[in-house]
Structure formats: structure tokens, C-alpha cells
Write a protein that binds this ligand. Structure first.
Ligand code: PLP
Length: 434
């Protein structure tokens, strides 16, 4: 396929086109089509942006109707009917049923814009600079967010010192027997630990880019308790695993915690349109009018599809229940796959429809499986410090049949890459297969 124009004109910084070197032309539901008409099952979902699939017909209809009546497209942060309906819907569908009170701030359109605002607000509220962030955490690549992002590849690209952040071990980082929340507690309790008093802790409940590392509910509750005891704000960055990905709209709900600040983006608009927001407890709203600005705060087209997504998928439990059913299916499939290759050292971790097939850190196995799967028509990315985790991230709306076909491709790709290492039990799929 002819990619010459991209090579000639686009910066070396481009990334995903290298993993998926075709020109994508159309997309529908969980399928992508390249210019040659080849079909791909999407197990990547725009890194968590397409929870409701590509060109979701209900959202598209709403968007086309809105454009057809000359609804306002750009309005800075002025009041518009689209924004009004989004706010009403967010309150009615998400906040009221949970008995929550949060103030919303619309930031620039991409995830890192929300994180920047959240960190700024936390620092202002507490009058302190330091932020606690976690090993393998990813929060974006603009300066403030990047300072809280652990990955050295991104940090090195900053070209300046990244400070005012202290990294501590995420849940499970030191192995199953070390309680990393207790470690943080020790640092906080000890005035001579060297830890500057933090304004906030920023955490992902499942680290999407960091390798599908899953924090236990218990650990998240410990973290909340620590925040309360030490007068720090708890920021949950729900940009990748929020909006239903883990089987509830907010990924932290089952932990029973109530973060002070939550960042949302990616699948928030539901349609792949850029949109970000920060939710925070009303008493934290110390912003002066206009103190945090931006031309594209509040994308009206995104308000329209976001409100429709909430109305279509989140007024009952049915969608979340479906996600958890599909989680079982994926999980069983991957566990059986891992079991089939005992010598390969594979394992599975994840929550909801973000599931990782973990391969050994060395050897590039996950990348080789992903490349093979792409050849066979599945788009899937790897994550983790060594790109060692195959991240299965289908749309939440994916049909079972496509989900199983995609998993079959993964299985076949793994089998081809691992060759004779299997124990011959690859077809033992615990009744999950039809
Ligand atoms: N936070 C998390 C948890 C993310 O996964 C990402 C992106 O992957 C971001 C922030 C940054 O979002 P964006 O790439 O839209 O700036």
C-alpha cells in the first residue's frame, strides 16, 4: 500500500502507522477497512476512544441531525444548547443516581488537557507543588502531565527537567507480597523520609499504557484513606479505563471510593470526537473566571454525541452487565491460551474489556504476535515498559461473533510465533466457545 506521502511529509514522530502500515479508509462498528478493501477487526479502539465502536449509527444520526439544523459547532466556553443538554444528561444519568455532587470543568479537547487542569487545580487548592504518581503511570505528554508520566521514552523527549512529582510503586509493583500502600504511608508518616508534602495523588485504577496493571479495590481504598489522613487530594485519571471500559461507567465505582478529582476523555464523546473534562468536588472550585483558558474547551459536536451515548447506554445496568459477560469470554479465552503454552511464560490480567496477555519482558514476543495478528486482520497494540503486554481492547459493543473471530486470530498468531512450544491443549476452551 502506498504510504509514501506519509513518509515524505509527516514527521518521524508518527507512531501507530508504523505498527499498522496501511491506509485506513472506512470504519464501521468493530471493523476497519483499508484502501485495498481488506477488513480488520479492531481490538485497539483508538486506545480506548471507541468504546461504542466506529461510526456508531445512533450517535451518527444524532450528530447529522444536529449539523443539519445548523447547531452551533464552535462556541469557546459559551453556553450552547448542546452543552446545556450534555450537562443535564450527565447530571441525570451519572451523578444523581449515584448521589454524587461534582462540578465540571471543560478543558482543551485531549486527555492531557484535562490532566493539566486537574494538577493545576490540586496545587492551587493545597498550596503545595508535589504530586504523587505511580510507577508505569501514564497521564499524557504535555509538560505538567508528562512530569507525572513514568515512561522514560516520553520523559526523555521533554527536553527539560520534569519535576514536582514523586513516583512510588503501584499496586503489585514489588510483587504480590509487598503492600505498596503501606510503603507510601510510611513515607508520609515520616517527616524525614525526604518526601515533599504532596498536594495530590494521581492514579489510574488500571494502567492502560503501563501494561494493564490492575489495582485491587482494597489498595484503592487504602489510597483514599491515606489521602484523607494526609490532606492530599485523590485524582483518578479515568481517561483510558473510564466510560464503561472496566464494567461500570467510572472505573473506581466498585472500590466504593469517591475521588476528589476525576479526569475523563477518550470515549467520553462516544464517537471519537475530541472532548475532555475534569470533575471535582464543588468545594474545590477555587478557579478565578477565565484563569484556565483554551479555544477548544467544549466541543459542541462532542457534547451532542456524548449526551446521546449516555442516554443510549447508561440509563440502565444492561450495557455494563454485557461488558462483564464479554470480559468473562475474553478472559477465559486468553487464560486457556496462556495455559496452552506453559513454556512460554504467558499470563493474563485485566478488568472488564481491557485484558492483557502478558509475555516475558525480553524477546519482543508480544510485538511479534501483534504484527502477525495484523497480517491476519486484527488491529491490536502492545503496552508495558517493554511492550510485553498484548492489550485486548475491543469496543464494548463488539458482537460476540467478531470478538471470537478476533480471539481466534490471536490464538493462531500466538501458535505460529511460538511454534512447537505448545502442550497441545490449545483447543480446550472451557465451554466458552460456541
Ligand atoms: N491519561 C491516561 C490514563 C491515558 O491513557 C492517556 C492517553 O492514553 C492520557 C491521559 C492522555 O490523553 P491524550 O493522549 O488524549 O492526551
Amino acid at each position: 500500500m502506498d504510504l509514501k506521502i506519509f513518509d515524505r511529509m509527516e514527521s518521524e514522530v508518527r507512531g501507530y502507522v508504523r505498527s499498522f502500515p496501511v491506509v485506513f479508509d472506512q470504519a464501521r462498528g468493530s471493523l476497519l477497512f483499508d484502501e485495498a478493501g481488506k477488513q480488520y477487526i479492531d481490538f485497539f479502539s483508538g486506545a480506548g476512544t471507541l468504546n461504542y465502536g466506529h461510526n456508531n449509527p445512533v450517535l451518527k444520526r444524532r450528530l447529522l441531525d444536529y449539523l443539519g439544523t445548523d447547531g452551533v459547532v464552535h462556541g469557546l466556553d459559551m453556553a450552547t444548547s448542546a452543552k446545556k443538554y450534555f450537562l443535564e444528561t450527565f447530571e441525570r444519568v451519572l451523578l444523581k443516581p449515584r448521589g454524587w455532587k461534582y462540578t465540571l470543568q471543560f478543558t482543551g479537547p485531549t486527555g492531557t488537557n484535562a490532566v493539566e487542569a486537574a494538577l493545576k487545580l490540586a496545587r492551587q487548592v493545597k498550596g503545595r507543588q508535589n504530586i504523587i504518581s505511580f510507577t508505569h503511570g501514564f497521564h499524557g505528554v504535555s509538560a505538567g502531565s508528562l512530569a507525572a508520566t513514568a515512561n522514560s521514552k516520553f520523559r526523555q523527549a521533554a527536553g527539560m527537567a520534569l519535576g514536582n512529582t514523586t513516583f512510588v510503586p503501584y499496586d503489585g509493583y514489588m510483587g504480590p507480597d509487598v503492600d505498596t500502600a503501606a510503603y507510601l504511608e510510611r513515607l508520609l508518616d515520616d517527616p524525614s523520609s525526604g518526601l515533599d508534602r504532596p498536594a495530590a495523588v494521581i492514579v489510574e485504577t488500571v494502567q492502560g499504557e503501563g501494561g494493564v496493571n490492575v489495582a485491587t479495590w482494597r489498595w484503592l481504598r487504602q489510597l483514599e484513606t491515606l489521602c484523607r489522613r494526609h490532606d492530599m487530594l485523590l485524582i483518578v485519571d479515568d481517561i483510558q479505563v473510564g466510560c464503561g471500559r472496566t464494567g461500570s461507567f467510572f472505573s473506581f465505582e466498585q472500590a466504593g471510593i469517591q475521588p476528589d478529582i476525576v479526569t475523563l476523555s477518550k470515549s467520553l464523546s462516544g464517537f471519537g470526537l475530541p472532548m475532555s473534562l475534569v470533575m471535582f468536588k464543588p468545594e474545590l472550585d477555587i478557579w478565578k473566571p477565565g484563569a484556565h483558558s483554551g479555544t477548544f474547551r467544549g466541543n459542541n459536536l462532542a457534547f451532542v454525541t456524548a449526551a446521546q451515548a449516555l442516554d443510549s447506554y447508561w440509563t440502565s445496568d444492561a450495557f455494563a452487565t454485557e461488558t462483564r459477560r464479554k470480559e468473562e469470554l475474553v478472559r477465559n479465552w486468553l487464560e486457556n491460551l496462556a495455559y496452552s503454552y506453559p513454556a512460554a511464560g504467558l499470563s493474563v490480567r485485566g478488568r472488564g474489556l481491557i485484558q492483557g496477555l502478558v509475555t516475558p519482558a525480553e524477546g519482543g514476543l508480544a510485538n511479534r504476535i501483534a504484527a502477525k495478528a495484523f497480517e491476519y486482520g486484527v488491529v491490536i497494540e502492545t503496552s508495558g515498559a517493554h511492550d510485553e503486554v498484548l492489550k485486548v481492547l475491543p469496543a464494548l459493543t463488539i458482537e460476540d461473533q467478531l470478538l471470537e473471530r478476533g480471539l481466534e486470530v490471536l490464538e493462531r498468531s500466538t501458535a505460529e510465533i511460538l511454534g512447537s512450544q505448545g502442550n497441545g491443549k490449545v483447543l480446550k476452551f472451557g465451554g466458552q466457545r460456541r
